[in-house]
Design a protein around this ligand. Structure first.
Ligand code: SAH
Length: 343
């Protein structure tokens, strides 16, 4: 089987050309054909000789995954894509339209091992990591299908990005230098993998880092998010502080309000204690209820927003998108696997 060239970074493209006996700058041209011009065939690479094009196509593929199903929310235009990978695994990507352009939420793993109680993506565990090319492909496929340019990327789909660190960082660099998506328009969300946060701080990237907080009480957080047993809460907060000091990029904390669990008055008090005086930002999220748990969406979102804002906390509420299309992470994929089992 030929190797896929999609997903190679600039250094790999250059090395490949040098191996072919070509000048190094040909690697940059190849990179531009793949990502800037989104070529579908080596024959479109018109500044390469026909013998070079033939050598490339003899040895390499320009393979892409396939969009299997699309679901659109009739109210807000949010679209969810079920994508079939080369090995017939499935992932999801979600397209959202905001005032500032088209935003795509991408997956980084097939399934997830983190085990968060409220999340549908983790119910079957992790099958494998995605390669940088498979993450890039989500942008490529949606741009081609919808004939639009993605201006923002949120790494908040299925999977824990910092558990697939090298491919995710490679993805970010190619999305930026190849697809031309500004680093400040890329957000990465983690459940709090401390070594990953520390490594990311050293990468010299201008991306936005989001931490899934969901409770400021360590024991409650451990119940919701098993990963919190591995990484101590105080140490996580220290890693976030260090990240901000090193990068100058303020952190976003994500907080899905769950009825009776993390929406109590004492949660407000602790959130204020944690965030007051910091530059960080709190994003309140409405819980997407999933079948596997009895956790319910809180009705106190507006109250939380008002109280926290009154105390000077930098707080916003995430607009809920795609309410009608199983928009919570992993639900469409889960259904696809269940359908397969039942046939
Ligand atoms: N593993 C990463 C990124 C994927 S999840 C992380 O944990 O951050 C992206 C975001 O969606 C996280 O903040 C996660 O906690 C949240 N999320 C997952 N399931 C949800 C649900 N049912 N309702 C609301 N938010 C959810």
């Amino acid at each position: 089987m030929k190797e896929n060239i999609f997903g190679r970074d600039i250094h790999e493209c250059e090395a490949l050309m040098v191996r072919f006996g070509e000048a190094r700058y040909r690697g940059k041209q190849l990179f531009q054909w793949i990502y800037e011009k989104k070529c579908e065939d080596f024959n479109e690479m018109t500044n390469f000789s026909s013998s070079l094009r033939k050598k490339l196509s003899d040895q390499y593929d320009l393979f892409h995954s396939k969009i299997e199903t699309t679901q659109a929310d009739p109210h807000d235009g949010t679209k969810k894509y079920l994508i079939e990978l080369e090995d017939h695994q499935y992932i999801e990507a979600v397209l959202m339209h905001y005032g500032h352009g088209a935003s795509l939420c991408v997956s980084t793993q097939v399934g997830c091992n983190m085990g968060c109680k409220f999340c549908a993506s983790t119910k079957g565990g992790k099958i494998r990591d995605l390669s940088a090319g498979e993450i890039l492909d989500q942008i490529y496929l949606v741009e081609k299908k919808e004939k639009l340019r993605i201006s923002n990327v949120v790494i908040m789909g299925i999977g824990e990005p910092l558990e697939n660190y090298h491919e995710v960082v490679k993805f970010i660099r190619i999305a930026n230098s190849g697809f031309g998506i500004g680093q400040r328009k890329i957000s990465l969300s983690t459940c709090g993998i401390i070594p990953g946060i520390e490594a990311l701080a050293e990468e010299d990237l201008q991306i936005n880092l989001a931490i899934s907080l969901h409770s400021v009480f360590p024991d409650r957080r451990k119940t919701l998010m098993p990963i919190a047993k591995r990484y101590d809460f105080e140490l996580l907060m220290d890693a976030c502080k260090a990240y901000f000091t090193k990068t100058g990029r303020r952190i976003t904390y994500e907080y899905a309000l769950i009825d009776g669990y993390n929406d109590r008055d004492e949660d407000i008090v602790e959130l204020i204690r944690l965030l007051k005086g910091s530059q960080n930002h709190l994003n309140l999220i409405g819980l997407n209820e999933i079948q596997e748990t009895s956790l319910k969406e809180s009705t106190r979102m507006n109250y939380f927003l008002g109280e926290l804002a009154r105390q000077g906390i930098n707080v916003t509420m995430r607009r809920k998108m795609g309410r009608e299309i199983d928009a919570a992470c992993g639900q469409l994929r889960k259904k696809r696997y269940e359908d397969k089992v039942s046939v």
